[in-house]
Design a protein around this ligand. Sequence first.
Ligand code: GLA
Length: 338
Amino acid sequence: MRARARAPGRVNVIGDHTDYTGGLVLPMAIGLATTVTVERGGTTVELVSDQAAEPALVPLGAPSGAAGQPAWARYVAAVVEEVAPRAGAIGTVTTTLPLRSGLSSSAALEVAVALALGCDAPPRQVAELCRRAEQRASGVPCGIMDQLASLMGVAGALLLIDCRTLDVTPVPLPAGAAIVGVHSGEQRALAGSAYAERRAQCEDAEAEIGPLRDAGPGDVAALADPVLRARARHVVTENARVGAFAAALAQGDFAAAGRLMSESHASLRDDFAVSTPVVDALVAQLAAAPGVYGARMTGGGFGGVVVALCDAGAGVAEAFGGWDFVPAAGATVEEGGY
Ligand code: GLA
C-alpha cells in the first residue's frame, strides 16, 4: 500500500529548556515540513533522502543494522525499532526544513517515518515513541516538545503545552501579530553535550529542592551552588513567563508579550548559558528594529534560528531575509489511493 506522511517542523515562541522538567512551553508547528512517501511491504525500510547522498537501509527486527550507515539513518532505524511495523517500506524523504537550525527537522523526520510506517497510536503516544527514537539516535536526552508540536499543531494557534500532563491548549495568534524567524547563520554545534549537561544540572537542583515545576524564588535562593541556582532560576522564571506570555497574547498586549520574549532570551543567555555571541547580536538587532515587539533564541540554543514577535504589517521577515511563520496544523498521513 502507498502512504504519504507529512510532518511539520516547529518554532518555539517562548519556554525553552523547561520541557524536560515538566514545565510549560509555547511552540507552534510551521509551514516547513518533511514528507515521507512509501510503498509498504517487504522486510526492510529503505529510504532515500533529498538531503543525503546515502540511503537509509534498515532491516525489520534488526534496526541496530543502522550502524555504519549515514547519521540520518540512525533516526530512521530508531523509529523502526519503536514502531515495530509488520511490513517494511520503500520510498523517499523530502524536506523544506533547514537542517541543524533549531526548527526540529529531526522530530519532523521521526514523526513522518512513524506515520508512513502505519503507526496509528494516539498523537501523545506517537510523540513519546518518536522522542525515545530521537534520544537513542542522537544520544541527546531531549524533552517532548518538538515531537508533540509536530503532531498536535493547530492552524492559526500557538500550543501551550504542559509537559507534566501533556495537556495542549491552543492559543490563537491574533491578527496583527506575526512570528518571524531569522537564521543566525550559525549551525547548531556542541548542542548535544551542553544539553545533556544542562539537563543533569536541572536534575541536581531538583534533588535538592524538588520539582522545578513546583519551585518558587525562595526554593531557588536556597540552592548553595551558584551554577545550579542560575539554572534553576531560568527554569522557574521561564515557566512563569510562558503563562504570562499566553495571557498577554490573548489580551492583544503585544508589547508585554515582546518584553517577556526579551526577558526569556536574557535568562537563556545569562542563567542557562545556551546562547552564542552571534545569536545575541541578532536578537539585539531584531529587538531594535521597527515593528518588533521582542526577540529571543529558540530551541536548544548554540546557534540556529532566532524568533521574534512582530507587527504583521511591518515587513520584518523581508527586511531580515527571514521567514514569516504561520502557525500550521500537525502531521498528517494519506494512505492508499491519493
Ligand atoms: C530541543 C529539545 C526539546 C527542548 C528544547 C529546548 O529542541 O529537543 O525537547 O528541550 O531543545 O527548549
